[in-house]
Design a binder for this molecule. Structure first.
Ligand code: DLL
Length: 431
């Protein structure tokens, strides 16, 4: 099927039918291959035969990040080891990352989903895609890389960092598309404008995601570089980038429902809410082999629209993300939980368990400062002791979060105490 030819899209009925048939098959397979889900279903008195179609989805148990953590690293994998072809990981709520696995087929589906998005952005085989998402365990770099390769475009695997070099090579190699976080795209754009190089770059599109951004940011980015910018969504647990992306009409992100069944839930009752109503997105994968997930609670807040899009596509659209139901922060594209900071600080003897994270934005780049209370004696001792402790904590934090933070040591009781839940984060970014 050609995804850039809307007239060939499936009707909603065809899509629902396909989802139902795939769901039934997946439940059967998961029940027999994943003891975690088998036990959960048995506890609920459910057998695979009880899931007869899409209408039975709501009978299935939810899955959370904690379930992945509790089964670290490969406890939820549904295929024999020799079928696993790739592993990625993202931040867990504490020390251990959330690990995800892919078969060769999973990687191919992932690439196709990303390629659909690139096609929606008007890209094709004659394009050159400059991938400035991080490569490695994070799914951004390799996800966009494989998607662009699947499309037949030329891939420029830059990875993140070194802005000056990024700009020089973007110009020299004639990149026509940029893939990176929206904040880094803004940073690059500013540098390109400042250097007076806008007339020399050939960019026509940017594929930005991995963190929340706004329509206003999109407008600015588009104007600065004279390009069209698209919002790509995804999460490692489900696949990585390319679960959904917006089309040129920007009326929400088309979610690839032939692979993922979306539900929007009231975050308090976990009951599904109607189209247009805001709630937590849960996703059931229906084609994943290595790590199939039932009703995975993404914690991302959005709403859904099933009507046909002006572009002609029938795949449902999820609204731009407006926040999360948990305390996860995304700083410079990296997921950060305050609990990770807490766990890291516990490793340092001299530190008291009181800290305050301040996230801000300088220009277009996020900054993180962490105030940490330390024992009184450090302030009466020589200055270099204070400095070496600061470096030690910065090192521990960098190891734990994967991003650098500026650590500021403060005297005991100087961080304001709250009467209820401790306030650990001040996010000054305006999104
Ligand atoms: O961020 C995958 C990705 C890479 C998506 C590159 C797009 C581009 P994780 O590191 O697992 O995966 O983080 C997933 O990031 O639950 C959202 O909270 C947030 N997120 C991802 N895309 C968007 C977006 C990748 N377009 C978490 N808008 C998700 C808002 C986003 N938030």
């Amino acid at each position: 099927m050609m995804w850039n030819e809307p007239k060939e899209c499936m009707s909603r009925d065809e899509l629902s039918h396909l989802q139902g048939a795939r769901l039934v098959k997946m439940v059967e397979r998961v029940y027999h291959n994943v003891p975690f889900y088998r036990k959960k279903m048995q506890m609920m008195g459910l057998e695979p035969g009880d899931i007869k179609g899409l209408e039975d989805l709501v009978k299935l148990p939810f899955t959370t990040k904690d379930d992945l953590r509790d089964n670290y690293p490969f406890g939820l994998v549904a295929v024999p080891e020799e079928q696993i072809n790739r592993i990625h990981a993202s931040s867990g709520t504490t020390g251990k990352p959330t690990v995800v696995a892919y078969t060769r087929h999973d990687l191919s589906v992932w690439s196709e989903c990303v390629a659909r998005g690139l096609t929606m952005a008007g890209l094709g085989r004659s394009d050159r895609v400059h991938v400035a998402y991080g490569y490695g365990l994070f799914t951004g770099g390799l996800g966009l890389h494989d998607g662009a390769a699947y499309l037949g475009a030329t891939v420029i695997p830059m990875s993140s960092g070194n802005t000056k070099k990024q700009i020089t090579l973007m110009e020299d190699f004639g990149a026509t598309a940029l893939a990176c976080t929206p904040s880094y795209a803004m940073h690059l754009a500013e540098a390109v404008v400042e250097a007076g190089r806008v007339p020399h770059i050939k960019l026509k599109a940017a594929i930005c995601g991995a963190e929340p951004w706004t329509d206003a940011m999109r407008d600015t980015l588009e104007q600065m570089l004279n390009i069209k910018a698209y919002d790509i969504y995804g999460l490692s647990e489900i696949m990585g980038p390319g679960v959904a992306q917006d089309c040129p009409y920007h009326k929400g992100l088309h979610i690839w429902e032939d692979h993922f069944i979306p539900e929007i839930l009231n975050p308090d009752t976990l009951e599904p809410v109607g189209p247009g109503e805001r709630g937590e997105l849960a996703i059931t994968t229906v084609t994943k082999e290595a790590l199939p997930l039932f009703r995975y609670r993404t914690k991302d807040l959005t709403s859904i629209e099933y009507s046909k899009c002006e572009c002609g596509r029938t795949h449902a659209r999820i609204a731009r993300f407006t926040g999360r139901t948990d305390d996860m922060l995304i700083i410079r594209g990296v997921n950060v939980f305050p609990s990770q900071v807490e766990a890291a600080l516990l490793e340092v003897d001299e530190v008291l368990p009181n800290y305050l994270m301040t996230v801000d934005r300088q220009g277009n780049l996020d900054t993180l400062e962490i105030q940490v209370e330390v024992e009184e004696r450090f302030f009466s001792d020589q200055m270099n002791q204070l400095q070496s402790l600061t470096r030690k904590i910065e090192h521990v934090i960098k190891q734990a979060l994967g991003i650098a933070a500026q650590v500021k040591l403060v005297e005991p009781k100087s961080i304001e105490r709250s009467e209820g839940k401790a306030k650990r984060v001040i996010d000054k970014r305006k999104l």
